[in-house]
Design a protein around this ligand. Sequence first.
Ligand code: UDP
Length: 482
Amino acid sequence: MDSQKTLSPHVLIFPLPLQGPVNGMLKLAELLCLADFHVTFLNTDHVQHRLLRHTNVQSRFIRYPKFRFRAIGDGLSEDHPRSGDQFMELVDGMEAVTYPLFTEMVTSGDLSSKSEQPATCIIADGFFSFAGGVAQQIGIPLIYFDTLSPCAIWIQLCLPKLIEAGEFAFKGDNLDAKITCVPGMEGFLRRRDLPSFCRSSDVTDPIIKLVLKEDQELPKAQGVIIHTFEELEGTLLSHMRSLCPNLYAIGPLHTHHKVRLGSSKATFSNSLWKEDKSCLAWLDAQPIKSVIFVSIGSLAVMTKDQLLEFWYGLVNSGKRFLWVRRPGSIAGDCTESQIPAELLEGTRKRGCIVGWAPQEEVLANPAIGGFLTHSGWNSTLESIVAGVPMICWPYFVDQQVNSRFVGEVWKLGLDMKDTCDRVIVEKMIKELLEERKDEFMGRADQMSKLARKSVSEGGSSYCNLDRLIEDIRVMSSPASQA
Ligand code: UDP
């Protein structure tokens, strides 16, 4: 690198092009802007288009003259749904198109050492194993931001051990058999709680190969940012540090971001769908802690049968509900004429359905008493901060283990995994909002306080972010990169 050019750090941030990672990394980007860094935020064209269409992100970032967006293709057609059930198509498209474009950009293009303002540090999603080789080639530091939950990352890192011990891939259908060789999780981790890709019976499955590659690459990076706070997962983090010594636990990022911006009440939408804010007025008209919020995030898909089981469970519980039905989240056609009249009637009386909600604001609304969630990691952390107990219906990836931690370790809710039955939905809603309400609320409230404390001045995440900023500054200095 030409040491004359780089006096100020220039961080290139490259998230996986999905709602959760884009949201978290944009918040991190703004935190780095506050430290007066140059920041280039690299999106795929698809994400960039949706972000500009549905948020005010461009006008929000205008105050940071050292920030800029860049966008490159993802190899898929514009009308591709990019939903969770087609994730491998996105991976293939990115491998074919995005990775070469990225590599060109940093090795010889406008972020390379030949440019006016070369990148001095890459922060890439932990999924992008290829980034290690690229950073090494150009001689700049790489910090991974692994946006999965730490409990899932730790299981991933133990995968070679699981394979060696014969605990993965497992034969037969006994999903309740215990997993014994993930340190820190002995005693409560079952096969059914392993990340969803571990249900494959084939260790040569393409997704397993990607995970094993990630296992090799993560420890080689200069650091790994993880989205959690020490008080939530301290034991696991010490296990993880045995393989990845330089961990930065800086979450929950949405709260951390608000604290550092000094705007606890403000909202910062990074939504890739149009938020329907009418549900906030509906919530304002409901009694305190009376509503169950239902959302399966940005990728999960449910069948029409599952939709009906949820719907009956919600209506039969007699509770009020706010339900996000993301466009494309129900597989196949489902018209109103196919819906039994009693469900439409129950919804008219006690329900509100929207296509996409301002989730952080929803969870913070006093009317919310519980969250029926797919256990995506961002949703889980957002619920923890808001002090809202959960019913977990995990769909894929880390969600299977997140829900186990919610139900069995933190005891912040109930785990409904591997079932979808109206009677169970109804029973769990009543348990959460009525029968065991005080017990769940008490623990959720305690955990919420710890989460908030971690991002306030002097708290663990606050200090970890300061350390990250300082480390990037040092790593970006001409002396370090010479
Ligand atoms: N989200 C939202 N509005 C919705 C549903 C989801 O803003 O109606 C946001 C939610 O707040 C979270 C993200 O989308 O930040 C979903 O990420 P998560 O990790 O929970 O699940 P994923 O979508 O990756 O499965």
